[in-house]
Write a protein that binds this ligand. Structure first.
Ligand code: DSN
Length: 430
């Protein structure tokens, strides 16, 4: 594969491919193929996005060469002057972005942020109240094989079986019953606004800590399109790469100095060694981007696009869990449209047509997690490409055409061609 096959790539990316063509042609080929895949398909995975060229290239720099165990001003290695500056910049920008007093930018990912948060706020064996993964929670909130389910006593709350939404009165009753040390809110597949204030009242009622994992909605919070977990949550964790559109990584935020001190100890040396300074530098760049006024427009458009996609799918006969969406994602129940259609089939057929999604269990899903009756869709990446609400209606109609055809190859080929035109008109960010 020649780099001249990629006229839409930014100059640094072309230089990288040229360099690798000499140094490691196999890797050059696979990277070029992945760049093409991302450019030529529609990304609807709710937890993914397309970073700017500035964020992407900031993640691949000299900063990767350095050990910087410790924190700015207190490192275990010499030569950390510029690493201190980068980490301070990332921390200051994160605090400004989320309106809080403390940020730890070292967690390598969201699950690592959650490990450190659990260790900071709880002791092994403590009771934790969270939403299980089968109802939209995250595996690091208490799944049995995960650290959380292994070392803590996990109790569930659930969404209402009819409305599929959080029922705060029921959660409050459950909290009184369980008397947890910590309550977790924030989810991977919940399409509705989270009432953080109500969660804090529930936590206060039983003397529990409130942890908000805002990994999915962080960009919406930063851009003013979802209420903030501050001042309600005692501790907030997130990833940096979903709606926030930064490099792949984690982040912990708080307003409380005692929480902050504990978190710092539990990230390093509690659960991690050397921080990924190249990623922390890219986090600083991404937070700088999210502080621009245009990021508010982006966040608002993500939400409008999700609403338009939801409307389009409902018009085609699909049922949406909870009846719709308030945020960037929708959870589609495929059963009413076609009782035989599974999430696994839909994911595979759509990928063949150039639409990238993930199968996802729906509340009370009769099918196992590798099959599922649902599809989770998100609009963060499409919105980054500059797509709007009219495009979402077109995409809803492609989704239906492919799923209704049951993976017919000719239909997939046709749709793929049409999608290619939309992709060419909306190149990835440079
Ligand atoms: N695995 C992520 C998601 O797709 O939602 C959550 O970390």
């Amino acid at each position: 594969m020649k780099t001249t096959d990629h006229p839409s790539l930014d100059p640094l990316s072309l230089d990288l491919l040229n360099l690798l063509e000499q140094a490691d042609p196999g890797v050059a080929d696979l990277l070029a193929a992945e760049a093409n895949r991302q450019a030529n398909t529609l990304e609807l995975i709710a937890s993914e996005n397309h970073v700017s060229a500035a964020v992407m290239h900031a993640a691949g720099t000299w900063m990767t060469n350095k050990y910087a165990e410790g924190y700015p001003g207190k490192r275990y290695y010499g030569g950390c002057e510029h690493h201190d500056t980068a980490e301070d910049l990332a921390r200051d920008r994160a605090k400004e972005l989320f309106g809080c007093n403390f940020a730890n930018v070292q967690p390598h990912c969201g699950a690592n942020a959650n490990i450190a948060a659990f260790m900071a706020m709880c002791n092994p064996g403590d009771r934790i109240l969270s939403l299980p993964i089968k109802s939209g929670g995250h595996l690091s909130h208490g799944l049995k094989p995960n650290f959380s389910g292994t070392f803590y006593e996990i109790h569930d709350y659930d969404v209402d079986p009819e409305s599929e939404r959080l029922d705060y009165d029921v959660i409050a009753a459950r909290a009184r019953e369980v008397q947890p040390k910590m309550i977790i809110c924030g989810y991977s597949a919940y399409p509705r606004t989270i009432d953080f204030e109500r969660f804090r009242a529930i936590a206060d009622d039983v003397g529990a800590i409130l942890m908000a994992d805002i990994a999915h909605i962080a960009g919406l919070v930063a851009g003013g399109a979802h209420p903030s977990p501050f001042p309600h949550a005692h501790i907030v964790t997130t990833t940096t790469h979903k709606t926030l559109r930064g490099p792949r990584g984690g982040l912990i935020l708080s307003n409380d100095e005692d929480v902050a001190k504990k978190v710092d100890r539990k990230v390093f040396p509690g659960s991690q060694g050397g921080p990924l300074m190249h990623i922390i530098t890219a986090k600083a760049v991404a937070f700088g981007e999210a502080l621009q006024p245009s990021f508010n427009d982006y966040a608002a458009q993500v939400v409008s696009n999700a609403a338009a996609l939801a409307e389009g799918l409902v018009e085609h006969g699909y049922r949406l869990c909870t009846g719709g969406t308030d945020n960037h994602l929708l959870l589609v129940d495929l059963q009413p449209r076609d009782a035989d259609l599974t999430g696994a089939d839909a994911e595979q057929w759509l990928e063949a047509a150039g639409i990238i999604t993930n199968k996802n269990g729906i509340p009370n899903d009769p099918r196992p997690p590798m099959v599922t009756s649902g599809l989770r869709l998100g609009t963060a990446a499409l919105t980054t490409r500059g797509l709007g609400t009219d495009d979402m209606r077109q995409i809803a109609s492609w989704l239906d055409r492919v799923m209704a055809s049951k993976g017919d190859e000719a239909v997939a080929r046709e749709v793929r061609g049409e999608i290619r035109e939309m992709c060419d008109a909306h190149p990835l960010p440079h």
